[in-house]
Structure formats: structure tokens, C-alpha cells
Design a protein around this ligand. Structure first.
Ligand SMILES: Cc1cc2nc3c(=O)[nH]c(=O)nc-3n(C[C@H](O)[C@H](O)[C@H](O)COP(=O)(O)OP(=O)(O)OC[C@H]3O[C@@H](n4cnc5c(N)ncnc54)[C@H](O)[C@@H]3O)c2cc1C
Length: 484
């Protein structure tokens, strides 16, 4: 706090929350010359996109809490990767190509693009997609064009936000099979909910941005190394270089106004039970924490109807992890139909299976992650039950798994993986600016226009920092003008 009679110190900033939103905001504020502190409860940065080490079962593995993909159109997240020096560690497919195997009909289809302009880039793939009948393919093409028209209007239009995607698909002639084999196949993975539980506005936004704007927009990228390397190790080093003080294992307990117009953040610190404490004061505070925590910390009157933050629901993602004694999946990933299995990813190399240096040939085996979105019904099932359910399904999907030995099986459960993209969620999501001067909100759940993604998180951090700097009258280079 400044001494009586002195102008309040506006050169300091505190960012609460070391997920992608908070890291981004802290970097941008520090880049613009603010004396910035980033406070994160956990011992590591990266928030919902992190890694941990697992010993036992199959030897040492570095495991991501959930397999994370991004698309070429995720320009803010691509900027983030560049900023932390990791762009080459999370490369994009040269061209969108999703293998989709229907277990019941034993047919492999591909959703892939050509170099033709939109929407012709997907036409050939849709025309030969074996999981739909010829009539369903034509109807799907028509619905895609209608969706594109919606996406062009304004996906944030409250009238669209209030409707559910399933009703719209029905009205546009989409059969239950088309919903399963096409719309939900992509939608569940990107939105973490099935069509009946998805806001039409968000569905239109994500599907048109990914599939119907630029030909390459939906080319898929993923990290070749553990997420923790990108979001904790590299990001931590870049924050330090930018001059950000990072307080790990520091939990912001309260946020209170000071008489001079600055803010006081009381932080509980200390590895064991937060034994210590620290008081930080700053003219700028960015709350980049989940919605419940933001609701708790926000000063009174900072947002209209603060309870609406609590009405933004959450949705779980379940990870099934299997280490086989040999290679059973001969592609980087596979989407599945006719089975509870949704998407399977090969994480052998990224996990370092086989010890330092990574997998060495067949001897090391193969480590697969099954990503189960919208997993409300299964998220609390015991490991043994999930094992009994999923191992036979994986054997149906990948015949080589039938004769392979399972060296390790475990699950990861993220109960609040994303905000729920439910109809009406758009009007609950707050902007970065709050009614408390100097206090800003960030996080994938804020009003980014995007579903809960790494892209949304980075965008929110860029927006909060840009608006905070503009309010301070500080010059700042607009690294990412589209993030408005
Ligand atoms: C299993 C899983 C799979 C996913 N798959 C994908 C995917 O494929 N593609 C994609 O783009 N996105 C995916 N996501 C979503 C993506 O990870 C998130 O949207 C994004 O990481 C959210 O970042 P954030 O910074 O907004 O919030 P968070 O990551 O939640 O960060 C908030 C941080 O605030 C900290 N915090 C909370 N309270 C306090 C406090 N009082 N004081 C200090 N710190 C505090 C928390 O510890 C946390 O680190 C997935 C998420 C999960 C869990």
C-alpha cells in the first residue's frame, strides 16, 4: 500500500491462478512492464492441463491428466506455444485426417480434408463416409451449410445460445445415426457434452470455426511431450525470464480494496497445510481461477448477479490408461463408433515409456489413453469395473489387443474438466471487465465465445491483460488482435 498522500502504485499486478489463462495474463502484464506476481495453489503451473509421474505397473510413465488436442484455428494457443518456445513440440497434422472405426460393422471411415476451398474441402470425405447412408450424407452436407450460415450471423446471439443443438439437428433432418457417427463424434470431443446438452450457439461457433472457415482450420495438433513440460517447465522458465514472480503453493484467500484504490491479496503459503502467509498489494488483479473460486474472491458489487457464476455448470472427462506389452494401435489415434470407447490416443513416446529416452521398439510395449468426454455416468465407477468394461471393448476395436498382455491399467478422473456448454450458458459467462476498478476476470469459462479449451483460456488471459493495460493507459503491443 502507498504512504498517505502518495499516488497509489499502479505498476504492480497480481494474477491469481496459474492455469493457461493466468500464465498468459501474467506474461502479457510483465511484458508491458508491470511488476507482476503469479499466485498458484498447486506446486505446478498448467491448471487443468498437466502431467504427473507414475511408477509401478509398467515402469516409469509421465502421464497427462487428459489427452489434449488443439486445432490449427486455435491461434491464441499456437501463440502461447510459440511464446514458451514449444511450437515444434506440439505439431499439427499437415491435413485433417480422423480415422473412425465402427466396431459393429467392422468398417473404417476417414474424416479428412483436401486442399480445395471451403466447403468443398470436406465434400469428398463426406461423400464416401461409410458410417452414413447416401441420403444421410447429403442431409449432413446440407445441415453443415445451414450451420455455417448460423455461425456467420452471431453464435453469441442469445436466441441461438438458448436453444439446444439436438433440436436443431433434428429439424435439419439429421437421423440418430448421423448425430452419433458425425455430429456427436466431433461435438462430444470438442464441447464435452452430447447434442441435447449443448448450446446451439456454441456448437455453431466451434463447428463452423473448425470445419467451415479455412480449409486447414481443423487440422489437429497435440503435444509430443508431456503437457507439464509445456505448461509448467517451459512456461515457468519464460515467466521467470519475463520477470514474473511465481508463488507456487500459494492460495489467494481474500481480495480486499485498500483506501488508496489498490487491492490487497492475502495469500496462504507453505507446503504443509499452508502454514505461512503473505500480503500482496497491486493496482491490477487478474482472477484466473475457476468460476466458483472467482465467485468467492470477487469483491461485492464486482459483477451483476454474482450467483450466475455459480450457475455455470461443470462437466467431467474420464481417462482410461492402458499399457500393453506390444503395439496394438498402428496409428497416432482412432475415433470409435459402436462401442463405449470414444477416442484412443497413442501416448507411448510422449510418456517416456521404457525409461529415459522413451520407448525402444516393441519391447517397451504401447501406452494408450482412452479419452471419454461427457463421462457423467462413469466418472465415479471403481477402477475394477472400468477395467472389466473397457479392456474387452478395446480388444473389439483393436484386434491385436486380444493377444496382448496388459501391463498396467489406471484411470484419471477430472470431475470439473470443463464448464458445461449447456443451452443458456452464454448469458452466464462474464466479461473480463468487472465493476471493481483494477480487478479483471480470466479463464476458459469467461465470455470468450469459445468452449472450454486451451484456446479459450489463452484468449481470456490475453483479453484480461489487454484491457487492464488499456485501463492503465499503458502502451502494449497487441500480439493477438483477434482475441477481442
Ligand atoms: C481431462 C481434460 C481434457 C481436456 N481436453 C482438452 C482438449 O483436448 N483440448 C482443449 O483445448 N482443452 C481441453 N481441456 C480443457 C482445458 O484444459 C481447459 O479449458 C484449460 O486448461 C483451462 O485453463 P484455465 O487457465 O482457464 O483454468 P484452470 O486450468 O482451471 O486454472 C485455474 C488455476 O487456478 C488455480 N487456483 C484456484 N484457486 C486458486 C486460489 N485461490 N489461489 C491461487 N490459485 C488458485 C488452480 O489450481 C488452477 O491451476 C481438457 C481438460 C481436461 C481436464
Amino acid at each position: 500500500m502507498s504512504a498517505p498522500g502518495e499516488a497509489p502504485d499502479r505498476s504492480r499486478a497480481v494474477v491469481v491462478g496459474g492455469g493457461l489463462a493466468g500464465i498468459t495474463a501474467a506474461l502479457r502484464l510483465a511484458d508491458a512492464g508491470l511488476d507482476t506476481t503469479l499466485v498458484e495453489t498447486r506446486p505446478r503451473l498448467g491448471g487443468l492441463a498437466f502431467s504427473f509421474h507414475r511408477t509401478g505397473g509398467a515402469g516409469g510413465l509421465t502421464v497427462d491428466n487428459g489427452h489434449h488436442v488443439h486445432l490449427r484455428c486455435c491461434t491464441a494457443y499456437r501463440w502461447f506455444l510459440e511464446r514458451v518456445g514449444a511450437r515444434d513440440l506440439a505439431p499439427l497434422q499437415p491435413r485433417l485426417d480422423i480415422p473412425v472405426y465402427d466396431v459393429e460393422r467392422r468398417r473404417l471411415g476417414r474424416l479428412r480434408r483436401t486442399a480445395l476451398p471451403v466447403p468443398l474441402h470436406l465434400a469428398a470425405s463426406l461423400a464416401s463416409y461409410p458410417h452414413l447412408s447416401p441420403v444421410e450424407r447429403i442431409r449432413a452436407g446440407r445441415a453443415a451449410l445451414a450451420l455455417r450460415r448460423l455461425g456467420r450471423i452471431d453464435p453469441n446471439d442469445p436466441a441461438l445460445d438458448g436453444q439446444d443443438f439436438a433440436g436443431w439437428l433434428r429439424r435439419h433432418g439429421q437421423s440418430p445415426r448421423a448425430v452419433r457417427a458425425l455430429w456427436d463424434l466431433v461435438g462430444v470431443a470438442t464441447l464435452n457434452a452430447r447434442a441435447p446438452d449443448v448450446s446451439l450457439g456454441l456448437a455453431a461457433m466451434v463447428l463452423t470455426t473448425g470445419l467451415l472457415t479455412e480449409p486447414g482450420a481443423a487440422d489437429i495438433g497435440w503435444s509430443r511431450v508431456p503437457l507439464g513440460h509445456l505448461h509448467d517447465t517451459l512456461a515457468g522458465a519464460v515467466l521467470e525470464k519475463a520477470g514474473v514472480r511465481v508463488v507456487r503453493q500459494g492460495r489467494a484467500r481474500t481480495l480486499r480494496p485498500e483506501p488508496d484504490g489498490t487491492w490487497r491479496v492475502e495469500v496462504d503459503t507453505g507446503a504443509r497445510g499452508f502454514a505461512g502467509g503473505e500480503t500482496l498489494t497491486a493496482g491490477t488483479v487478474v482472477l484466473a481461477v475457476p468460476q466458483k473460486e472467482a465467485h468467492r474472491l470477487l469483491p461485492e458489487g464486482a459483477v451483476a448477479e454474482p450467483e450466475r457464476l455459480l450457475r455455470i455448470g461443470t462437466a467431467p472427462i474420464l481417462g482410461i490408461h492402458v499399457v500393453y506389452d506390444r503395439k496394438v494401435l498402428h496409428r497416432p489415434f482412432l475415433a470409435a463408433l459402436g462401442t463405449p470407447v470414444q477416442w484412443v490416443f497413442d501416448r507411448t513416446e510422449a510418456s517416456g515409456l521404457g525409461g529415459p529416452g522413451g520407448a525402444r521398439g516393441e519391447a517397451a510395449g504401447q501406452y494408450l489413453t482412452v479419452s471419454q468426454s461427457a463421462a457423467g455416468e462413469e466418472i465415479d465407477r471403481p477402477v475394477a469395473v472400468l477395467r472389466e468394461r473397457y479392456l474387452p471393448e478395446l480388444a473389439r476395436l483393436m484386434p491385436a489387443a486380444r493377444s496382448a498382455r496388459v501391463r498396467d491399467f489406471f484411470v484419471t478422473r477430472e470431475r470439473t474438466a470443463t464448464f458445461a456448454p449447456a443451452p443458456g450458458v452464454g448469458r452466464l459467462r462474464p466479461a473480463a471487465r468487472t465493476g471493481a476498478p483494477g480487478v479483471w476476470l480470466a479463464g476458459a469459462w469467461t465470455a470468450t465465445g469459445w468452449p472450454a479449451t486451451m484456446e479459450g483460456a489463452v484468449r481470456s488471459g490475453l483479453t484480461a491483460a489487454r484491457e487492464a493495460l488499456a485501463a492503465l493507459g499503458r502502451p502494449h503491443d497487441d500480439v493477438f488482435p483477434e482475441a477481442a
